[in-house]
Design a protein around this ligand. Structure first.
Ligand SMILES: Cc1cc2nc3c(=O)[nH]c(=O)nc-3n(C[C@H](O)[C@H](O)[C@H](O)COP(=O)(O)O)c2cc1C
Length: 503
């Protein structure tokens, strides 16, 4: 294969003949256009051009090789012919982000997890911010996740020896320095070129566990290879593919590479409507694409749609037997939202459940995981299924303070997952940002446990929390930052006379 000039590539800029450059290689994707899960429009936007920058966050390495016949890679572009105009001109947005990055506050000014959100908003592209920060529909559940913790109060005990505090624990048999893990969040490279590897490194250095997403931007192998030491435990989040052979391959590969737990996502048979994400994608795709007048893209799901069409909506309880037959890894259901389903999972002998509503990104008006925890523990207790070290209960959604985690542990959870704050932390500061976030949680944990009178996690008891207001859905604590990030159409398109970011 010889070198291909940029001028030659540029000629193939339409649906009749469509070439794109990715990482210096020229691909003929003409025949692939109708098959592209994200629609042909988005490819045609880069027809005859270098698509690497847009391609990378959404496609793990190897995607092109796996989906295109070998002969569609035509060769390498001649770097000498890449004209200045071919290199994408920096947009106003990119210039502003670069300036903001130069003026990033020193890391030690970030004093809690909310602070990373504020900084990340300044350094993330609009598309990345929309994908990371959005929730479903009116984002009521997304805000409720955090608000629910504000309705639980402590009943601290006094005169207990709290000179030594120990908040280490064990998740599915793996040691963790904190009752906290990094939950799975897709498309890590939207925020930082090293994507999920930032999380791997920080988790390894701080001794907590990372859950690797099926839809990571980095390849699974890259994330596993980024482990700080051989024994660093990792979990894997699974979206089950309609093509079970593909899923089986993923599971076997995860087990071979030493993954310690399989978290099967059960709350996303169809992706929720995240309107902030949809709006920005609508602008992005709609305004600039020339595709011969054909409009074949369902714009309704933004970045999410493009990557999730393979998820099998027919997945049901019967499939769990099959899942168990292909792995020895402990299986946990991620996205359980009622005691009935939690009891069923326990009775089936699964290893646990994550009480979660996907960070408020799926069913709006789903209850918070922490509220569901109360009824789940009660129902399991009644059936003699709690406590049970072989069936662990995890909670995620809106966890931002160690006090949130302590409330969950007192109520019976083993640990809490945290999603967005870690994304924001590395988008702004790389792995050191995530480490800082974890260290802040450790400091909060130590202080709060001392003040509650619980030197170890085992000393946290249900009677140390007052949960009477939890299910009232009446907020007494003013809404936190989460209330500030909802965007209505008017604010999203910059209409005047609307206060920005107000509900
Ligand atoms: C940007 C983003 C991407 C996510 N991607 C996935 C995913 O691919 N699979 C999954 O099971 N959950 C996914 N989640 C849900 C998280 O695992 C978790 O349930 C949620 O983020 C917890 O809420 P928090 O962000 O308020 O901490 C995602 C969440 C966010 C914010």
């Amino acid at each position: 294969m010889g070198l291909i000039s940029y001028d030659e590539v540029a000629k193939h800029n339409n649906s009749e003949s469509c070439y794109v450059i990715v990482h210096g290689k020229v691909y003929d994707v003409t025949e692939f256009l109708p098959e592209h899960p994200g629609g042909s429009k988005i490819i045609l936007k880069y027809a005859g051009k270098d698509a690497t920058e847009e391609y990378d966050p959404i496609h793990p390495p190897g995607t092109l090789e796996e989906n295109l016949p070998k002969d569609k890679c035509l060769g390498e572009v001649d770097p000498a012919t890449m004209k200045a105009e071919a290199k994408k001109e920096e947009s106003q947005e990119e210039k502003q982000i670069a300036r903001n990055k130069d003026e990033l506050p020193p890391l030690d000014l970030c004093l809690n997890l909310y602070d990373f959100e504020v900084v990340a908003r300044k350094v993330l592209k609009g598309t990345a911010w929309a994908y990371y920060s959005s929730g479903a529909d009116d984002e009521v559940t997304m805000r409720e996740n955090n608000n629910a913790f504000g309705r639980i109060w402590f009943r601290p005990r006094i005169l207990r020896d709290v000179s030594n505090i120990n908040y280490s624990t064990s998740l599915l048999g793996c040691k963790s320095t904190l009752p906290i893990y990094i939950t799975a969040t897709a498309l890590g490279k939207l925020g930082h070129p090293d994507g999920e590897k930032n999380l791997t490194i920080a988790a390894g250095r701080e001794g907590i566990i990372q859950m690797i997403p099926t839809l990571a931007s980095c390849s699974f192998e890259e994330i596993v290879d980024a482990r700080v030491h051989d024994q660093q435990p990792q979990f894997f989040q699974l979206y089950v593919n309609s093509n079970r052979a593909i899923t089986e391959k993923l599971i076997r590969r995860a087990e071979e590479r030493g993954v310690k737990g399989l978290f099967v996502t059960v709350d996303a048979p169809q992706l929720g409507r995240r309107e902030k994400d949809m709006r920005i994608k609508f602008e992005d795709v709609g305004s600039r694409v020339q595709n011969d007048g054909k409009d074949d893209v369902d714009r309704s799901q933004g970045a999410a749609r493009a990557i999730s069409s393979f998820i099998d909506p027919s997945l049901n309880w019967d499939d769990l037997n099959w899942l168990r037959s292909v792995t020895r890894m402990p299986i946990v259901l991620k996205g359980v939202q009622t005691w009935e389903d939690a009891v069923k999972a326990a009775e089936l002998g699964l290893s646990g459940v994550v009480l979660s509503n996907h960070g408020g990104r799926q069913l709006d008006f789903a209850r918070s995981g922490i509220e569901v925890l109360g009824e789940v523990v009660e129902a399991l207790k009644q059936r003699g299924l709690f406590p049970n070290p072989m069936f662990q209960i995890f909670v995620d959604g809106g966890v931002r303070r160690a006090s949130d985690v302590l409330k969950a542990v007192a109520m019976g959870a083993t640990a809490c997952g945290i999603g967005r704050p870690f994304l924001y932390a590395y988008s702004a500061y790389g792995p050191e940002g995530v480490q800082r976030a974890i260290q802040l949680l450790k400091a909060e944990m130590e202080m709060n446990m001392r003040l509650i009178g619980a030197p170890t996690l085992k000393d946290l008891e249900p009677n140390m929390v007052d949960v009477r207001a939890l299910s009232t859905h009446v907020n007494v604590v003013p809404e936190s930052n989460q209330a500030q990030i909802y965007e209505r159409l008017s604010t999203a398109v910059g209409m005047p006379n609307e206060p920005a970011n107000k509900l």
